[in-house]
Write a protein that binds this ligand. Structure first.
Ligand code: ADP
Ligand code: MG
Length: 689
């Protein structure tokens, strides 16, 4: 039964109004059939889950479900909410742009860069001839471009944009036309922004019916947030081109793991306005973990990434199941949008003011003096990350009797750290909360990585060390690590197209077929020989006694789109519910290119293996053709993969209910569960085998 027959079948059997069907098909395309199935039960959110092209909608559906009272059973509701949260997270993580096919890879005059477009600072990096990531210095020699944009009058009285440090310098005299922290507003709907956030900024936030914008008094018009971010990206582009002596067209941009569909689309639009083609958007913690793991050789690992920026704190657990970028995923993330390095500056500011007030002369703490104190406090904070004690000097301060005095004082790290215990406690409680999450406990991390300028502070490093019981890594500069990861990602995207095969590496990825026709890679392409990789699998059905191991090679996400090499069955596996048996599959390739695939049931010790001799026999042209095809089909493949994964998740979700201890499920809930089951059965019957 193919898809259209399946749709017909549903329509016929459920006696669904053809008009309803056509309408939902228009809105949701293929998964319309599920929309219909589910609409019968009044729970149309499942349609959203099954529609892989609507990542943003999943987030909305998540919100809707929280209001949804369809499920009277508390356990059921809880489980469903958890399921949705997981999906939202995963969907956001999976949301990437893959436009490799547009690239003109022969053009050696072009360079790809990675950009960390931060709330406070933006940094760009590139990979050098040795494949190592390096940050690109700005014209003023600094590697960091403050994410600040101002509208100013140029020499010819014409209005122009000023970006970075230049924008900061003129901020005092031009507060209404100096825009900073705009990342907090990018891609946000009017309904998502709280009045308290708007009040925090001296510039005027403009809310129209849909989107958040900024109004510029000098330009006398509304600026879209994308336009402001585009100014930062244009500066980065121009600067990188000057430094590298090459044109920059393609880039990878990092975004926070929690960014939703709209925020990601807006970021990509900003890049387009700046004349940049986004090869991919990756999450900041993934970029950081990728930068640390770039020289790692295979094997799974979990990295805890703590990112303390200017005004935000994010903590994420990143899992990698290999060395290629696609094997990285964010397992869990938690953050505080209103807490960061700048709060520490405020602590020092208060300390300085106290010291001034305690001095003999009566200093007039006017606006200018307060600005000066803020600047000095920030410098002091940076120095105290490396020094135990510093000296502060203010040579010309006004007094209340119109005189001038100088003021100096010392400040110790200890004093500073004691003054900010409240901030430290807040950070500690977020970290503790994160570490207590089941998923985090289950996926033990072996590495802690610090990201963000403020993570350099010893008080923060010590806090992390105490709570995680691991020594945090700061081998890569915490300001630069995210942009380094983005640069490596750029290289990864490009080399996927141009990499040439050498004889002693695997030309294509090797892996097995899993439920839902998902391709599960074990050995990635270009792995040096000999090599050996293992992965644990489990069963899809209850009380299954054998599994079919189907071996494929290729780069496509759907197993059957790759080249089928061979298959074998492993019998006598542990009898149990789906998901319980643990089957270890090992791929081993020797120097002669012979691939041995072995499967062992860990409990019954049943074992079976095959030898495949033709896995490396493809010609160069054929390999190139397959790789190209994988790139061209990347978008579609990802959709198919995500779709299949969702179906599997739906399946797992249903199984959780079968295992529920509290069997008191209302008839209505039961009906939905049954529908989900029928739906899954049909999908499996129509899509697979
Ligand atoms: P974002 O991710 O928000 O763009 P960054 O990662 O660039 O931010 O971090 C900016 C914050 O890091 C600022 O609060 C800055 O003062 C702080 N910072 C930078 N260097 C240091 C340092 N040496 N010691 C303490 N804080 C620092
Ligand atoms: Mg950052």
């Amino acid at each position: 039964m193919d898809r259209s027959e399946f749709l017909d079948f549903i329509i016929k059997n459920k006696k669904i109004d053809k008009k309803v069907f056509d309408l939902s098909k228009k809105i949701t395309d293929f998964p319309a059939c599920y929309s219909i199935l589910i609409k019968l039960d009044g729970s149309d959110f499942i349609n959203t889950i099954l529609n892989p092209s609507s990542y943003g909608e999943i987030a909305i559906a998540g919100g809707d479900i929280k209001k949804h009272n369809e499920f009277k059973n508390k356990d059921l509701r809880e489980k469903l909410l958890k399921f949705i949260d997981d999906l939202v997270e995963r969907a956001q993580e999976n949301f990437t742009y893959q436009t490799y096919a547009d690239r003109n890879e022969d053009d050696s005059n072009y360079m790809t860069i990675g950009i960390d477009l931060g709330t406070t600072n933006t940094i760009a990096s590139y990979t050098d001839e040795d494949g190592k990531a390096n940050s690109i210095p700005m014209k003023n020699g600094e590697r960091i471009l403050p994410s600040v944009v101002a509208v100013v009058k140029g020499k010819s009285k014409k209005l122009k944009f000023e970006v970075g440090q230049n924008a900061i310098w003129q901020q005092k005299n031009n507060p209404l036309d100096t825009f900073y922290s705009v990342k907090r507003f990018i891609g946000r709907r009017t309904s998502e922004v709280s009045p308290s956030l708007i009040e925090k900024y001296p510039y005027k936030i403009e809310l129209d019916q849909e989107k958040v914008g900024i109004s510029s008094p000098k330009l006398k018009r509304r600026l879209e947030i994308e336009e402001v971010s585009a100014q930062i990206l244009m500066t980065i582009k121009a600067n990188s081109e000057q430094f590298l002596g090459k044109k920059v067209k393609d880039c990878v941009i990092t975004v926070p793991a929690y960014f939703d569909n709209n925020q990601r689309v807006a970021t990509k639009n900003a890049a387009e306005i700046a004349g940049l083609n986004v090869l991919r958007l990756i999450s900041e913690p993934t970029a950081a973990a990728f930068a640390y793991d770039i020289s790692k050789k295979g094997s799974n690992s979990n990295t805890l990434v703590l990112d303390l920026g200017g005004g935000t704190f994010d903590i994420s657990l990143v899992r990698s199941e290999g060395t290629d970028l696609d094997s990285f995923s964010v397992i869990h993330t938690l953050g505080e949008r209103e807490l960061g390095g700048d709060d520490y500056t405020s602590s020092i500011e208060k300390l300085i003011i106290e010291k001034m007030k305690g001095s003999e002369s009566t200093i007039n703490l006017d606006k200018n003096v307060l600005n000066l104190i803020r600047e000095e406090a920030n410098k002091a904070k940076h120095l105290l990350s490396f020094q135990e004690e510093i000296e502060l000097n203010f040579p010309h301060l006004p007094t209340s009797s119109n005189g001038i005095v100088s003021f100096s004082c010392s400040l110790t790290r200890k004093e500073f750290e004691t003054s900010c215990t409240k901030i430290n406690d807040q950070l500690a409680s977020i970290i503790k909360k994160f570490l207590a999450v089941d998923k985090v406990k289950k996926n033990k991390f072996t590495k802690v990585v610090l990201v963000g300028g403020a993570s350099r502070m010893p008080v923060f490093t010590n806090l992390v060390k105490n709570l995680t019981k691991l020594k945090p890594q700061i081998d890569i500069n915490p300001d630069e690590v995210v942009s380094h990861g983005a640069a490596y990602c750029g290289k990864y995207c490009v080399s996927a197209v141009v990499e040439k095969t050498i004889i002693d590496v695997t030309p294509l990825t090797l892996g097995v077929h899993t439920l839902g026709d998902i391709y599960s890679p074990l050995i990635s392409s270009n792995t040096a020989l000999p090599t050996r990789k293992s992965k644990d699998f489990t069963t899809a059905k209850d009380y299954q006694t054998n599994v079919d191991i189907r071996v494929y090679q290729g780069e496509r996400k759907i197993a059957s789109d790759n080249i089928f090499l061979d298959n074998f069955k492993l019998f006598d596996i542990q009898r149990g519910k789906a998901g319980i048996p643990s089957i270890n599959v090992t791929f081993q390739i020797d120097m002669d290119g012979i691939l041995t695939v072995t499967a062992i049931d860990k409990s019954t010790k049943a074992k079976q293996s095959i030898e495949i001799t033709n896995s490396l026999n493809l010609g160069y042209e054929e390999i190139e053709k397959l790789k190209k095809e994988a790139i061209e089909m990347a978008d579609e493949d990802i959709q198919k993969k995500v779709y299949s994964e969702r179906v599997n998740e739906l399946f797992n979700w249903k199984q959780q209910f079968d295992d529920l201890e509290n069997k008191k499920i209302s008839t209505k809930d039961k009906l939905i569960i049954d529908k989900v089951e029928t739906c899954i059965d049909k999908i499996h019957k129509s899509d697979l085998d």
